[in-house]
Ligand binder design. Structure first.
Ligand code: ASP
Length: 584
């Protein structure tokens, strides 16, 4: 049964060799006595030919072969007859002339075809995931994923990082999501939480002196899965001692550039561009802008407030803002198309969408009459609009304006084909505010997490003006997706206490939830910082997969279900009893 080659490896240079292959019958074709098989394994396909005149002994067996049978074949590698080569296959110049065949196992007819990339209902794909994973695109995604993690491990290993495992049964780590809880049989009424991230353990490893840690690790967050999310996902998590923000950023740029070079053959220029949180919000309306194209937003509140246009003026009077963008060459949009854009804007909470076309004969819009010529010129100049463009504006509270225009910007970029699929653009977003005000809960919340250090020069404002304090935090964005984020941490007990105080977490609650960390900080905690990347998202972006589920071997559906194993499922009464639980 021993194989000499993987199917996808055979080349013209192997001509004349006797090879033994194992794999699955991808396709079978009968041609007047000759039987052709495409034999597949994880490496690819090769054509095998059964010729009754050469080897009559195995011909009957070859007749019995069906899709997905598992076989072992031996034979001689030969060039395909001229004119029958297949330039699309790496093995397309050769075939294997079989002289030995053994059926190792049969297969039922699969519920969907594996040899074509046809659309199959996702539930069916996930139920028969082992068949789904035999299909080209998924197999390639998983192989690519391995390439990426391997390149990352090698990079980190070469720089002295240690892979240390941290527990899955642990205590809640605040990353802003709901915890998955696991009841403790031995401690009735007590629960473990599955980690939302190894944040506190990696910090404690720094206190323990391990200096450089990394882990490719599962994290669990019980969120609604409306977006393309998974209840368990993988992070590349790392932490370093005796570093400043610059050290982490530089090393990570090097790592990403190296990974892209090794896995995609791309040369990515470092250093990556950087922008402050305020700058990205101002120019793009989002903290994860796609910078592969322009279409930047510009604020015109100052001009708007002096115009006669009531909607704009009132908005500015009530502490709102007016921002806009110039959509290149779209002055020809019809009334209907503008209505659609307005509906789109309303989907993000905007009251409406104002527009002004820049045409040969001047500015065109129902609202031009409310502006002086000088104001119109000032607006179009600020937006960088030229003849043939349309300027689109939203006036509202800053959050609504930014949300709406950020999404409008993306939608227009798609419409104008401004997004190049194979281009990878990274961006660091820095100088985030340390805190946000949660109007509902009437308290400050940490923008990243409560262990993020404030900028040294902003510490004096912690008491007088907390919202002005910036964090030593950094996010990394690739093509408009946040792929990672981290920070320099608080490493003194006093500062951590202060932070909890600002967040309205009392001493007692702090000790109950994070007592172990607070204590550890008192035993010689070194300055430290780190970052975590979302592996699934990175692989998705690099493979161009449509969904995060297509880059994970065994993902869950949008409802958090695994159709293959049927998890989650009811348990026996006896088990509940052992866990001291009752289902209401
Ligand atoms: N623990 C953070 C997260 O999971 C990342 C970090 O600060 O290193 O988002």
């Amino acid at each position: 049964m021993k194989r000499t080659h993987y199917c996808g490896e055979i080349r013209k240079g192997d001509t004349g060799k006797q090879v033994t292959l194992t794999g699955w019958v991808h396709r079978r074709r009968d041609h007047g006595g000759l039987i052709f098989i495409d034999l597949r394994d994880r490496d690819g396909l090769v054509q095998v030919v059964f010729n009754p005149e050469r080897e009559s002994g195995i011909h009957q067996t070859a007749h019995e072969l069906r899709s997905e049978y598992v076989i072992s074949v031996s034979g001689e590698v030969a060039p395909r007859p001229r004119g029958t080569e297949n330039s699309k296959l790496p093995t397309g110049e050769v075939e294997v002339l079989a002289n030995h065949l053994e059926i190792l196992n049969t297969s039922k007819t699969p519920p969907f075809s594996i040899d074509e990339e046809v659309e199959v209902a996702e539930n069916l794909r996930l139920k028969y995931r082992y068949l789904d994973l035999r299909r080209d695109s998924l197999r390639e995604n998983l192989l690519f994923r391995y390439k990426v993690t391997r390149a990352m491990r090698e990079f980190l290993h070469a720089r002295g990082f240690l892979d240390v495992e941290t527990p899955c049964l642990t205590k809640s780590t605040p990353e802003g999501a709901r915890d998955y809880l696991v009841p403790s049989r031995l401690n009735p009424g007590h629960f473990y939480a599955l980690p939302q991230s190894p944040q506190l353990f990696k910090q404690i490893l720094m206190v323990a002196g391990f200096d450089r840690y990394y882990q490719i690790v599962k994290c669990f967050r019980d969120e609604d899965l409306r977006a393309d999310r998974q209840p368990e996902f993988t992070q590349i998590d790392l932490e370093m001692s005796f570093v400043e923000r610059e050290d982490v950023i530089t090393l990570m740029e090097e790592m990403l550039a190296e990974v892209l070079k090794q896995t995609k053959g791309l040369e990515i220029k470092t250093p990556f561009p950087r922008m402050s949180y305020h700058e990205v919000m101002d120019r793009y309306g989002t903290d994860k802008p796609d910078i592969r194209f322009g279409l930047e937003l510009r604020e015109i509140s100052d001009i708007a407030s002096e115009s006669e246009f009531r909607v704009f003026r009132q908005t500015v009077d009530q502490k709102g803002i007016v921002k806009g963008l110039a959509a290149k060459g779209l002055a020809g949009l019809s009334r209907r198309e503008l209505d659609d854009l307005t509906e789109f804007a309303k989907g993000y909470g905007a009251q409406g969408l104002a527009w002004i076309k820049v045409t040969e004969s001047g500015f065109e819009s129902p609202i031009t009459k409310f502006f002086t010529a000088a104001q119109l010129n000032a607006i179009s100049e600020r937006l960088g609009a030229a003849t043939g463009d349309i300027m689109l504006f939203v006036a509202d509270k800053p959050k609504v304006v930014n949300d709406t225009l950020a999404n409008l910007r993306l939608s227009i970029a798609r419409r104008l084909n401004l997004i190049h699929k194979d281009e990878y653009r990274f961006l660091w977003v820095l100088d985030f505010p340390l805190l946000e005000y949660d109007a509902e809960e009437k308290r400050y919340v940490a923008m990243h997490h409560p262990f993020t250090s404030p900028m040294s020069e902003d510490i004096p404002f912690l008491d007088s003006n907390p919202l002005r304090v910036r964090a030593k935090a950094y996010d990394i964005v690739m093509n408009g997706e946040e792929i990672g984020g981290g920070s320099i941490r608080i490493h003194t007990r006093e500062m951590q206490r202060k932070m909890f105080e600002l967040l309205g977490i009392g001493e007692e609650e702090a000790v109950q939830k994070f007592g172990f960390l607070l204590e550890a900080l008192e035993y010689g905690a070194p300055p430290h910082g780190g970052i975590a990347f979302g592996l699934d998202r990175i692989i998705m972006l690099l493979t161009g997969a449509e969904s995060i589920r297509d880059v994970i071997a065994f993902p869950k559906t949008q409802k958090g279900i695994c159709p293959m194993t049927d998890a989650p499922s009811p348990v026996e009464k006896r088990q509940l009893k052992e866990l001291h639980l009752k289902i209401e």
